[in-house]
Ligand binder design. Structure first.
Ligand code: CP
Length: 326
């Protein structure tokens, strides 16, 4: 059922949304996608401006938000923190108060600070001082826009996903990456009631806050959350294998870089994993992928791969989110 309770809200964590609210975003996204397919672009944000503050690089997020605002009849502005007065130590709080006088919403990408949680603290403080909706475009804890696009993509492929086995798997990479994607998928499963198997080698446990939230939410939604350290067992009868590398919370970056090498062969998603899966299983990745580390070329370029549909759906779901909250 569609709900009107989203106007003016921040979109920082999926934890703050109900199943009904997330389903509203998906319904609007499917409607906007269908409209766009026949060349119709409802100007739901005519005359409005979205700020886009990127402290880290981006391809999909930057382009899809900017195109999304254009399609909604509005405008998007890109800010590099080095070229705002943040570079001269103007506070995020003052920046939030001032930008709120000009623009109608802002998305922020910030992660990789000294301590886990620092980026979320800054994002929260910005939102507390802003009078406009703030969208998390990836911080150190979550990537909510990505996971909403992923759920939209799974629904397109399978319809009802509640009876599907969805596997979110750690994958090898030379780079140490954020756990935002698996953590957000966990809480999405808990809230929305789908079955998620989280597979990772020992010592790659996610933030326990996310696992606890998902398990608690699952009691109400009926989700089934499973953890395994065996990727082949996880792949058995899977309908979705989603690969994503992330860093360990239990080791330094240097220790992690050395420790993870032993998992390079088994935790690069390949046809060997898909031999265990459902015959119609699909491969997902949020991109950018570290090819032949997280996934083989054969799989990501093969017929099971739906990675470009996921990337496209970033546009449609973000248009829906912006239209609903801004
Ligand atoms: N998946 C994703 O957020 O891609 P970008 O880093 O290119 O924005």
């Amino acid at each position: 059922m569609l709900t009107r309770a989203l106007k003016g809200r921040d979109f920082i964590s999926l934890m703050y949304f109900t199943k009904e609210e997330l389903e509203t975003m998906l319904e609007v996204a499917f409607w906007l996608k269908a409209q766009a397919a026949v060349g119709v672009f409802p100007e739901l944000l005519k005359g409005k401006t979205l700020g886009m503050l990127f402290a880290k690089p981006s391809t999909r997020t930057r382009v899809s938000f900017e195109v999304g605002m254009t399609q909604l009849g509005g405008h998007a502005q890109f800010y590099d923190p080095e070229h705002l007065q943040l570079a001269h130590k103007e506070t995020m709080e003052d920046t939030a108060r001032v930008l709120s006088r000009y623009i109608d919403g802002i998305m922020i990408r910030l992660y990789g600070l000294e301590k886990y949680g620092d980026a979320r603290r800054i994002l929260r403080s910005f939102a507390d001082n802003a009078t406009i909706p703030v969208i998390n475009a990836l911080d150190d804890k979550e990537h909510p826009c990505q996971i909403m696009a992923d759920i939209m993509t799974m629904k397109e492929k399978f319809g009802d996903i509640r009876d599907k086995k969805i596997v979110m798997s750690w994958a090898y990479s030379d780079r140490i990456k954020s756990a935002g994607v698996p953590q957000t998928m966990l809480i999405a499963a808990g809230i929305m009631g789908f079955n998620l198997t989280l597979a990772y080698p020992p010592k790659y446990d996610v933030d326990p806050e996310y696992l606890e939230f998902a398990k608690e939410a699952a009691k109400k939604s009926g989700a089934h959350i499973e953890i395994t350290h065996d990727i082949y067992e996880a792949a058995k009868d899977a309908h979705v294998i989603y690969a994503k590398s992330w860093g360990s919370f239990l080791m330094s970056k240097e220790e992690d870089a050395e420790y993870r090498k032993q998992f390079r062969k088994d935790w690069c998603i390949s046809e060997e994993h898909f031999k265990e899966a459902d015959p119609n299983a699909v491969f997902m990745h949020c991109l950018p992928a570290d090819r032949n580390q997280e996934v083989t070329d054969e799989v990501i370029d093969g017929p099971r791969s739906i990675v470009y549909d996921e990337a496209e759906n970033r546009l449609h779901i973000q248009k829906a989110i912006m239209a609903l909250i801004m």
